[in-house]
Design a protein around this ligand. Sequence first.
Ligand code: PLP
Length: 389
Amino acid sequence: MERMYLDHAATTALDPAVLDVMLPHMRDRFGNASSVHQMGRQARFAVEESRERVAACLGAEPGEIVFTSGGTESDNFALKGVLAATSSDRPSHLITSSAEHEAILRPAERLQRDGVEVTFLDPGVQGAVTVEQVRAALRPETELVSLMHANNEIGTLTGIREIADVCRKHDVLLHCDAVQTAGLLGVNVNDLGTDLLSVSGHKFYGPKGIGCLYVRGGVDLGSLVEGGSQERERRGGTENVPAVVGFAEALERAVEAAEERVSHIRSLQEQLVAGIRDRVDPPFVFNTPVDSQDAIAPHIVNVSFPPVDDAPIDGEMLILNLDMQGVMVSAGSACTSGAMEPSHVLSAIGRDRATASAAVRFSIGKDNTAKEIDAAVNALAETVRRMRR
Ligand SMILES: Cc1ncc(COP(=O)(O)O)c(C=O)c1O
């Protein structure tokens, strides 16, 4: 049986060329970047050179890049860093959305328990909050707006640039979780206008457990991890040199290949949508706003199967049945799959419980083929037909 991996929003395979540049730093060049001797200096050079490459890919200055353990840490650092820096005796306010990743929602709830006012904006049916919603939610005490670039479950893009203009006018910082788009869409901090931006290596064929937070010069976040003076005292801990080097290599390769990759992935996305429309028995509903191509990331298609005659489809069984036919997809965010609750994103865009629970997220990668998409559509059509019988 041919197996096809269609879960690239969850993670991607490490590019062998990226592994090749990492290996020497695991074998021979194992020095600690803080050591003053030759091997230490070699490691320091590798870290700082990687920082320059990452900064260049994002349109940032090297000093604005803080290496972290990935998207979750970057998101936590952005929220807690900005809001912990505000004085406890005056009110502070955070604006975010109810469709964010858990890496934003959980720290936002923590801050709320600690006394920060938090507004969770509800996205519209398409899955993104609008600039008007942000403008209306701003208060004199708003410190930070945090919104994702592309939603990881349904792929909807947020109009970050317009929101950035409003934030700047009101002297409010903007953080963008660009974990799903960095290295795929042109993620440039100046074009987007963000003050803070989260990136994660394993979404673009880099290693897991490495990412960065872009922190615009002049923004002081303190430090989330206290310890040594690494990362200009913003994150203590001996640098993971192989991961840092692999992260820079993967990001650079992704940015260089982005145009070609996006056009390939976009054409497979169109094929997938057309195939579902042609061959899968109704009723189904696209959770990704597939008819607004400018409003969605190229790699994600999320589709739900509402109940027929009050008989809901078990979402987990649907995923497992597809897996048995070699099609690897997610029910929603990988971080929450396994939990029985329907996706908070699908609930936020107005899906009822049964429809939200029977959702499949396909996410396409650079190495998928038209043949695989064709086989995945056939498997989906067959599985849905069988499960409804
Ligand atoms: C939008 C978004 N933010 C944050 C994360 C967390 O990133 P990491 O897995 O690197 O911690 C993910 C991972 O799926 C994501 O999709």
